[in-house]
Each structure stands twice: as C-alpha cells, then as structure tokens.
Design a protein around this ligand. Structure first.
Ligand SMILES: NC(=O)c1ccc[n+]([C@@H]2O[C@H](COP(=O)([O-])OP(=O)(O)OC[C@H]3O[C@@H](n4cnc5c(N)ncnc54)[C@H](OP(=O)(O)O)[C@@H]3O)[C@@H](O)[C@H]2O)c1
Length: 259
C-alpha cells in the first residue's frame, strides 16, 4: 500500500493522480503532529503534508516545526521507504548560480529552518526532494492568486528581485516515479528555466489572455514578513529527473484551470 499524506494539498492531489492506487490521507485522517494511527501500514510513504505558510512560520515557528519536523519523524516511524519534499528556502540565495545538492544550506526564514530540520528527521531510508515555487490547479498558490487579482485589477505589483524555478506539481509528482529508482538521499527536482515572480506573473497574464499589467517592485517594497532567497534556482548533479520548462507547466496548469 502506498500512502500519500497531505492529500488535500496541491502536491498531494497531483501525487494521487500519478499514483492512482495510493491511499490519500488528509489532516482529518491523520494529524501528522501525532504518531501514526494504530494499524496504519505502508510499503511506501509519499509525505506531502506540511506547514507551507512561510510568513506564518515567522510568528509561530514552534507550530511550523511540529508539522515540518515532527510530522516527518512520525512518517518515518511507519518504517516504510519514505519520500519527503523540501524547499529551495533551505538556501540563502547568495550564490547567484544554480544550487546543487552539494551546496551547504543556510536558511533565512523560520520555514526554511523547519524544512532543513525535517530533512534530517526523514532518516536513512528516504528520498528528500527539494523543489521550489510549486503551483497547480488546486489549493492556494501564486498562479491562482494572479488569476484572481488579474480579473479584478488593471495592474498588479509583483516582486522582481527573487529568481527561482516555478514548478508544476503534475510534473513533480510524475518525476517521483523516477526518483524511486535512485538511491536514498537528497535530490534537487525543479522546473527547467528560471524567472522572477514578476516575469512569472507576466507569463500567467499572457497565457491566460488577460491584459493586466505587472508593476515590478522589490522585496523590501512588498514587505513580506519572512525573508526569501534572492536566487534559488535548483539543479541536480545526482541524476535526478529533469522536469519540463516552467512555462510548459504553466500551460498545463492553465489548461485545467481555465477549462
Ligand atoms: N508550495 C511551495 O511553493 C513549495 C515549494 C517548495 C517545497 N514545498 C514543499 O512541498 C510539499 C507540498 O507542498 P504543497 O505546496 O502541496 O502544500 P499545501 O498545498 O499547503 O498542502 C499541504 C497539505 O498538508 C496538510 N497539513 C498541514 N498540516 C497538517 C497536519 N498537522 N497534519 C496533516 N496534514 C497537514 C494541509 O492540510 P490543511 O489544508 O488541512 O492545512 C495541506 O493539505 C511540502 O513539503 C512543502 O514544504 C512547497
């Protein structure tokens, strides 16, 4: 039996499509801050449950850690091979060229620290998949937010001094099959190509046929609570699957969203 935690989230949804025989567990089925429910058995655990509110983690790092570290520890207690997802936010962004698996993490935010500690909590029989800027047709994400704002406004202000790889959850979920053929360890799996949030927003409006303008602003102007890396492009030197370009992911996502 394959188990997918976080089944109500955007990656969880995509994993259930890529692994149709898997059993999806939502928070109502198993709050991962607690040990696994009695009798829950698995041959493989795809652990997509996480605290993903990056700014909220600054206010309440302990609650974030209870999910992102404690939850991973509890998933490992099932004793089955485990896939956990981590984040480009384990890096500080100072490098300005693609981050490889061999680069030393140095998170800027409380969220990034919980994800880094969560990597360690996964144990030896685990694939740790670092990805970035996830989007898909469900849940809260940048694409859905831009479509909503684009329908309401002529202009949207978007940060233009953070560069990363917007990754379509459908592509990431499919790549998980290939990851299972690799040795346990840390892998970087993010979309090909890179852009800033402002460039991504422009592509979203163009692909969706919206005339909304993007006003490029700095992270300081936007004023988010948690600091983010200015540069967090992820690439692999360990043979991790290469994903399609982010623009292709965007088109696939919009094809579902706008259908
Ligand atoms: N989103 C990104 O941009 C991004 C980037 C890099 C890496 N990642 C990582 O990728 C993975 C998947 O992220 P995602 O974008 O799919 O996140 P998501 O859409 O926010 O989904 C996370 C899911 O986890 C569930 N969850 C939260 N706390 C829980 C708990 N205590 N017990 C059980 N379930 C709980 C949430 O349920 P509720 O809806 O009930 O809260 C939600 O369904 C995470 O490990 C995340 O850190 C995400």
């Amino acid at each position: 039996m394959i188990i997918v935690t976080g089944a109500g989230g955007q990656l969880g949804h995509a994993l259930l499509e890529s692994f149709p025989s898997a059993r999806g567990l939502t928070r109502a089925d198993w709050d991962v801050r607690l040990p696994p429910p009695d009798g829950l058995a698995a041959d493989l655990v795809l652990h997509a449950a996480a605290w993903t509110d990056v700014d909220g983690a600054e206010d309440d790092p302990q609650s974030a850690a209870a999910v992102n570290v404690g939850g991973v520890q509890h998933a490992a207690e099932l004793g089955a091979p485990l896939v956990v997802w981590s984040s480009d936010y384990v890096f500080d962004g100072a490098k300005r060229e693609p981050y490889l698996e061999s680069d030393a993490p140095s998170p800027l935010s409380a969220y990034g620290r919980t994800k880094l500690h969560g990597e360690a909590a996964a144990g030896e029989e685990a694939w740790v998949v670092r990805s970035s800027w996830l989007f898909g047709p469900t849940s809260r994400n940048f694409v859905r937010t831009m479509l909503r704002l684009g329908a309401e406004r002529d202009e949207v202000a978007v940060v233009d001094d953070q560069r990363g790889c917007p990754t379509y959850v459908g592509h990431l979920a499919e790549a998980t099959r290939e990851i299972l053929d690799l040795p346990y360890g840390v892998y970087h799996v993010a979309a090909s190509g890179d852009c800033t949030w402002a460039e991504f927003a422009e592509a979203i409006f163009a692909e969706a046929g919206l005339g909304t303008r993007v006003r490029r602003i700095t992270s300081a102007e936007f004023g988010a609570k948690a600091p983010r890396p200015a540069y967090s492009v992820l690439r692999s030197t360990k043979g991790a699957p290469e994903l399609p370009h982010w623009r292709e992911g965007l088109r696939e996502c919009l094809a579902t969203l706008l259908a």
